[in-house]
Design a protein around this ligand. Structure first.
Ligand code: DC
Length: 219
């Protein structure tokens, strides 16, 4: 089985790009952020204090996370329930950023991610795929963009949906999330030594996909 690992900060366009590359390669797309979000959702719903080590370890030991595909789209099941519709909120994203720094949370998801890559050809996106989850991935991409550009994309997305958006707040949130994801002790976000750096700030989606397809030609 072959793997393409795409890591990078929040809002860099990883999922959009990874889905397109997976389609072109006829690989399965695995969104690992959704797995951390599923655990975060559980922690929020059950009001678990993530600083309470015992409570967090107990919660993680009792959680079952599964990935299924319905109409080509990844669905995440938590303890048998499809929680996918609850995962994309800002609250869940922020909790996922905080709780994913904790060892029991990361340990609970490691085997699931590695098993997916053993079973299928995958394009897997996240923060530590090339550095930690799949260190032997055939292709590693570090996809980034300036915080201004990432905030701008998020701002436009919200406006298009008719939702309220404050550019400065969005950018501040992105910078705060980068700080947390890059500076945690376990599996922090960083470019793997053998990853290809793609800065999408001034690139179109097609150009980014093309850059990754070029890197994947050797597979
Ligand atoms: O990509 P995302 O925004 O859905 O991810 C949510 C959070 O999950 C992110 O802030 C950090 C964490 N995460 C992680 O620690 N490792 C991954 N492989 C994927 C996500």
């Amino acid at each position: 089985m072959a793997s393409i690992a795409i890591d990078g900060p929040a809002g860099a366009g990883k999922s959009t790009i990874a889905k397109l590359v997976a389609k072109k390669m006829d690989y399965i797309y695995v969104d690992t952020g959704a797995l951390y979000r599923a655990i975060a959702h559980f922690l929020v719903v059950n009001q678990i204090d993530i600083e309470d080590e015992e409570a967090l370890a107990k919660a993680c030991a009792g959680i079952t996370v599964e990935i299924k595909y319905e109409n080509d789209a990844q669905q995440v099941y938590l303890n048998g329930e499809n929680v996918t519709p609850f995962l994309r909120t800002e609250e869940t994203g922020n909790m996922a950023s905080k709780s994913s720094a904790k060892a029991p949370v990361r340990a609970a998801l490691l085997d699931l991610q590695r098993d997916m890559a053993k079973t299928y050809n995958v394009v897997m996106d996240g923060r530590d795929i090339g550095t930690n989850v799949l260190p032997n991935a055939e292709v590693k991409i570090y996809l980034t963009a300036t915080s201004k550009e990432r905030a701008n994309r998020r701002y436009k997305e919200l406006i298009e949906k008719g939702e309220a958006a404050d550019f400065d707040k969005i950018e501040a949130d992105i910078i705060e999330r980068d700080e947390r994801d890059m500076n945690r002790a376990i599996a922090p976000l960083k470019q793997a030594e053998d990853a290809v750096l793609v800065d999408s700030s001034d690139m179109t989606i097609d150009e980014v996909v093309e850059a990754i397809m070029t890197a994947a030609k050797a597979i």
